[in-house]
Design a protein around this ligand. Structure first.
Ligand SMILES: Nc1ncnc2c1ncn2[C@@H]1O[C@H](COP(=O)(O)OP(=O)(O)OP(=O)(O)O)[C@@H](O)[C@H]1O
Ligand SMILES: [Mg+2]
Length: 279
């Protein structure tokens, strides 16, 4: 049996509002992903996708709080670790996270190459600046990114390029799980295609060992992920293979989500759905 890269059991997390109310945005979520596999998470705005992504890193800061459940990455239990330990030993290596609107996440005052140095130094890895530069150049070349982007500030890059650079930087330490929150949603169609191709290449090349791809566009996942989970009000309502979920959703909410999104707008989506149901 393939090795499990991520095993999440009954994870529950909540926001505590200023009024002191508990908002359970991740409600008893269980999921697992095997090595080499990708999982899509879809659901309407506000259903808890981004909160789930944050919660899966085991890195909590107010107003988000851990309540119960466990998270294991490649067999290692990361639940309840001290945030400092998570930052140094989990983020970037076990779990890499690309936040929603990540293209604005690069530090505007640092050149991309310097930013990569910061990432490596934060992990206290035994590499000098020359070795880091070589590694970054190799990785950029392999991912089809211009090497001279390393000498630029993020504002000098186009939105699509910035997004691909953020993804390349976040995965430079070959994480076991990559969590990408709406990585292509804010981009034009051409840039979307490039981002998705790059993420698939990273999986194929083993630069990331498993992937979670979050989007509100369920059909997009058909061409990107092995499995799809649908989330509603903090809970997982259904999980299946990408084909099952797109062509044969069982839960009424998944069906509704498919129907609501599958209004074909010519040329606006990178979704090559077959005209008929595949056999
Ligand atoms: N800081 C907060 N305090 C209280 N509730 C919050 C806070 N942040 C988010 N929430 C609530 O948690 C729920 C889930 O939000 P989340 O951002 O995870 O949704 P999402 O599925 O990622 O939405 P989108 O598709 O718009 O990105 C929402 O109902 C939201 O109102
Ligand atoms: Mg979100």
């Amino acid at each position: 049996m393939a090795k499990k890269m991520l095993e999440v059991n009954q994870l529950t997390t909540k926001y505590i509002t200023r009024q002191g109310e508990d908002v359970y945005s991740v409600d008893h979520v269980s999921l697992d992903i095997e090595e080499g596999k990708s999982l899509g998470i879809a659901g309407e705005s506000g259903c808890g996708k981004s909160t789930l992504a944050l919660s899966l890193m085991g890195y909590y800061f107010a107003p988000l709080h851990y309540t119960s459940g466990t998270i294991k990455v490649d067999g290692k239990d990361i639940t309840g670790l001290d945030p400092d330990v998570v930052r140094k030993t989990v983020l970037g290596t076990d779990v890499a996270y690309i936040p929603q609107a990540a293209m604005n996440a690069l530090n505007p005052t640092r050149k991309v190459g310097k930013f990569i140095e910061d990432v490596i130094f934060a992990h206290e890895l035994p590499m000098d600046k020359k070795q880091i530069r070589e590694m970054a150049e190799q990785r950029f070349a392999k991912l089809g990114l211009p090497v001279d982007a390393l000498d630029k500030h993020s504002v000098e890059l186009s939105g699509g390029m910035r997004q691909r650079v953020v993804i390349a930087v976040s995965t430079i330490l070959n994480p076991k799980v990559l969590i990408a929150d709406e990585p292509s949603s804010a981009l034009d169609v051409t840039s979307q295609k490039m981002v998705i191709k790059m993420m698939k290449d990273m999986m194929a090349e083993g630069m990331v060992k498993s992937m979670i791809f979050i989007t509100h566009e369920l059909p997009l996942l058909y061409n990107v992920t092995d499995d799809i989970m649908v989330m509603y009000a903090g809970q997982i309502v259904e999980r299946g293979s990408a084909k099952e979920m797109v062509f044969d959703p069982i839960h009424p909410y998944s069906r509704g989500l498919m129907r609501s999104i599958l209004v074909p707008e010519e040329g606006t989506r990178d979704v090559k759905l077959p005209a008929r149901r595949p056999t």
